[in-house]
Ligand binder design. Structure first.
Ligand code: PHE
Length: 352
């Protein structure tokens, strides 16, 4: 359509566009109006603008600005119409559609294993105790039959802390002899002192070793300690307890064997192995084709430990075992590398 340039035709054009936009229901409708009037090819207004060049100077002076104004106004109108439709359409969203679920956090696999383990222990009548991460050397070493000069202190690389106590209200505490606990065994004598015997308790906790990290070493990691004290506790009780805990945690019958070992605070000492939960003892990569997985330390509580706790000599016996929680979790979830637990890679963590 060719526009005849005069005041009426321009007014008419404006009216047409107004009407077309009132009728526009979707952004496509608005687009169609844009193409019809402002389209590069054959747009009514575009053509009119092109035809300006054929006009005489006087007419150009009159219609040039008029057409440009009109074009700007129409462009603005189109933009406004589009925007209004956008808002309109979002208001008209289907409210019955399921919402976008916000991402929430969840428990870390190590926490899950710890919770499950503690549930098992609780069901067997154990009390769960926590204790200080920063402890006196006495509880971490001396009370466990590891005197100052004992070479066993070198087994566990220790963070010795110089003067940890700065708060006023704690000034009466010893100024020296503090360590970051190297194992959860630091709770044995504390708990014996506090609760006396008989005892059945478990301590899940964070422990610290002064060593550089590699595939199988972390300077900070999780252990749990289990110990039982009563008048007639024997090695059979130790073996059964470890086996039962594993059976419930891995939901299958596992075998446990006790290899002789050495810990200053147990006598005799054993290193418990569990039949591999992946290959049932046949041999696979996880158990390095031995059929067995090493699971920590254990033994019968040394008489010197009872002595440190002030228990009457010869009255009680007891067993203790301690294990790394990440090993338990790795076997539970089939993860190949401990470090995967400590990284924050969500591709791993989201799977639990
Ligand atoms: N505390 C020992 C360790 O961390 C493990 C252990 C616990 C050994 C209880 C015997 C008895 O290596």
């Amino acid at each position: 359509m060719k526009l005849k340039l005069n005041n009426e035709s321009l007014a008419q054009l404006q009216k047409e566009i107004d009407d077309a936009l009132v009728g526009a229901r979707t952004t496509e409708d608005v687009d169609a109006v844009r193409v019809q009037y402002l389209g590069r090819k054959n747009g009514v207004l575009t053509e009119a603008l092109k035809s300006l060049k054929d006009l005489g100077l006087e007419e150009k002076k009159v219609f040039g600005p008029l057409l440009n104004d009109l074009k700007n106004r129409i462009e603005e109108q189109l933009t406004r119409a589009e925007h209004a439709l956008d808002v309109d359409q979002s208001a008209a969203r289907d409210l019955t559609l399921p919402g976008i679920v916000p991402e929430t956090g969840h428990l870390h696999p190590m926490t899950l294993v710890q919770h499950e383990l503690m549930d098992i222990f609780r069901s067997m009548g154990f009390m769960i105790v926590e204790g200080p991460e920063l402890d006196q050397e006495f509880y971490n070493f001396e009370s466990l039959n590891i005197p100052k000069t004992h070479p066993a202190r070198d087994i566990q690389d220790t963070f010795f802390i110089k003067t940890p106590i700065t708060r006023k209200e704690k000034r009466d505490l010893p100024k020296t002899g503090w360590v970051m606990r190297t194992h959860t065994s630091n709770m044995q004598v504390r708990i014996m002192e506090e609760y006396g015997a008989p005892l059945r308790c478990v301590v899940p906790a964070r422990v610290f070793r002064n060593e550089s990290t590699d595939a199988s070493h972390e300077h900070t990691f999780y252990q749990f300690e289990c110990f039982v004290v009563d008048e007639k506790i024997n090695i059979g009780n130790l073996l059964w307890t470890i086996q039962e805990i594993f059976r419930q945690l891995y939901k299958k019958d596992v075998k446990v064997r006790l290899r002789p070992g050495y810990f200053p605070f147990t006598e005799p000492s054993f290193e418990p192995d569990m039949s591999c939960v992946f290959c049932d003892g046949v041999g696979c990569r996880v158990c390095k084709y031995t059929g067995w997985v090493e699971m920590g330390g254990s033994g019968m509580i040394h008489p010197n430990v009872f002595k440190a706790a002030g228990f009457p000599e010869g009255k009680y016996t007891g067993f203790a075992f301690g294990m790394g929680m990440s090993r338990l979790a790795m076997l539970k979830y089939g993860l190949p590398d401990v470090r995967l637990f400590m990284d924050s890679d969500l591709r791993i963590l989201k799977q639990f």
